[in-house]
Design a protein around this ligand. Structure first.
Ligand SMILES: Nc1ncnc2c1ncn2[C@@H]1O[C@H](COP(=O)(O)OP(=O)(O)OP(=O)(O)O)[C@@H](O)[C@H]1O
Ligand SMILES: [Mg+2]
Length: 416
């Protein structure tokens, strides 16, 4: 069932929220307490119908128990047509307690997806850089442009078949219960729904379907056909958008990007200084004049910033200068994220990392040290860059490749 607020109802809610000192849509606690999203809260304020559960929760969160007084009467028929007009399933999407910066990325993605109608978009970057958070924030911001929204983590999914079945069931309003057994027919059916409605489908943590270790298969068992699925999602005409967030690029997406303007990748990069400082502030760090130095060491990976801030808060009572006095780069809980990246590297990529840890350099200097073809080196550099493991700096006309301090420290540790 869907409900919408009446004009008088909104006045009651407005009084209640002022009493609590809350803003209309910016107070995170409100939509979080109501187990909903900022976009739903915005729709509520605009008097647009939303799911009844969210409606009641929004009222409860602001202290209104008689939510019936807030409702605008809509007929059953109206309700039914409104109900099928928008459906959302956030699956395992995390609730974001805070989200700083990234306005440029959000604007660009909005342009790609809403204006340019991209069919397939990949968010790439190292663990902790903020791909998942960005996908949630973006979906929240642009969901009103879609008829359906479905968010799924590939990290937690049990089988590829279950996952595709769930999606088709959802997009067909449960008219379809089972998928055709033949994979291509199942994909065709999915694409039929992506053609008939504007759907936003998010596959988060997509590196989970890539096989690990020594195997010639790129995709993990059970997901062998996903290369084909990705290709068809990008190539075939439909009016939906499918987002993959991943620590690694998929060759099919990289290839399609060259072929069709409706397929694009965004390399999610470091948070900017202002956003990083917001994290320091929220974690209760002191000595603001030293924050810049801390940022130089840990760069703008939000997870790294949160972890190091938490560590400084606990072990140094938040005194950044005391921590910096030790003149050490502390890896601590960041280690498992770097381990995960490291384990996925090829032998050549590791060799390049070892070289850059001691000698940052140009393509020429890397070539001199590695006895492989230039194209293999270029491929390695590209793969490392897509995982945010190497940095490029311009010195005059020359591109210098190097490692950020924390990665450098990690790689040197691997040598010993
Ligand atoms: N812009 C941001 N502002 C504040 N916190 C952020 C921001 N982006 C991400 N975070 C936080 O940083 C942490 C890591 O973010 P997230 O899980 O999105 O990274 P990820 O790139 O998806 O990592 P993984 O590859 O491990 O899935 C989370 O706690 C998240 O809430
Ligand atoms: Mg993630």
């Amino acid at each position: 069932m869907v409900l919408k607020a009446s004009v008088q109802g909104l006045e009651i809610v407005d009084k209640a929220r002022k009493k609590k000192g809350w803003t209309k849509t910016v107070t995170v606690a409100w939509w979080q307490d109501a187990l909903t999203t900022q976009a739903t809260l915005r729709r509520f304020w605009r008097g647009i119908p939303i799911q009844s559960e969210s409606f009641m929760n929004i009222c409860h969160a602001v202290g209104i128990s008689n939510w019936q007084d807030i409702v605008d009467k809509i007929t059953d028929e109206e309700g039914e047509s409104l109900e099928i007009s928008y459906q959302e399933d956030w699956g395992e999407a995390p609730q974001l307690s805070t989200f700083y910066g990234r306005t440029e990325e959000l604007t660009q993605l909005q342009e790609w997806i809403v204006n340019d109608r991209c069919r397939l978009v990949a968010f790439l970057g190292m663990g902790g850089i903020g791909k998942t958070a960005l996908s949630v924030m973006l979906a929240d911001k642009i969901q009103h442009n879609f008829d359906y929204l479905i968010w799924r983590s590939l990290r937690y999914s049990t089988s590829a078949k279950d996952l595709l079945t769930q999606i088709v069931q959802f997009l067909s309003n449960r008219k379809i219960e089972d998928l055709p057994t033949e994979f291509n027919s199942a994909v065709s059916l999915l694409i039929e729904y992506l053609k008939s409605h504007r759907c936003l489908v998010i596959f988060d943590g997509a590196e989970a379907i890539i096989s690990q270790g020594e195997t010639s298969e790129f995709y993990k068992e059970g997901y062998e056909n996903w290369g084909e699925l990705i290709k068809r999602l990008g190539q075939q005409r439909h009016k939906s958008t499918v987002i993959f967030t991943s620590r690694e690029q998929f060759s099919e997406i990289a290839f399609l990007e060259e072929e069709t303007p409706q397929v694009r990748s965004l390399l999610v990069s470091n948070l900017d200084k202002a956003a990083a400082f917001e994290i320091f502030k929220s974690k209760g760090l002191l000595d603001e004049s030293h924050w810049e130095r801390l940022l130089q060491i840990y760069r703008g990976n939000p997870l790294f910033l949160k972890l190091i801030s938490g560590y400084i808060k606990n072990s140094f009572s938040g005194k950044v200068s005391d921590f910096l006095k030790l003149e050490t780069i502390f890896i601590g809980d960041i280690q498992p994220i770097l381990d995960a990246s490291w384990q996925r590297l090829s032998i050549l990529q590791k060799k390049v990392m070892f070289q850059l840890a001691t000698n940052p350099g140009t393509l020429e200097t890397i070539k001199l040290n590695q006895s492989v073809s230039t194209s293999e080196i270029l491929e390695s550099l590209q793969a490392l860059q897509r995982r945010s493991l190497i940095e490029r700096q311009l010195e005059g006309d020359e591109v210098i490749y190097g490692l950020q301090p924390i990665v450098k420290k990690y790689v040197v540790k691997q040598l010993n």
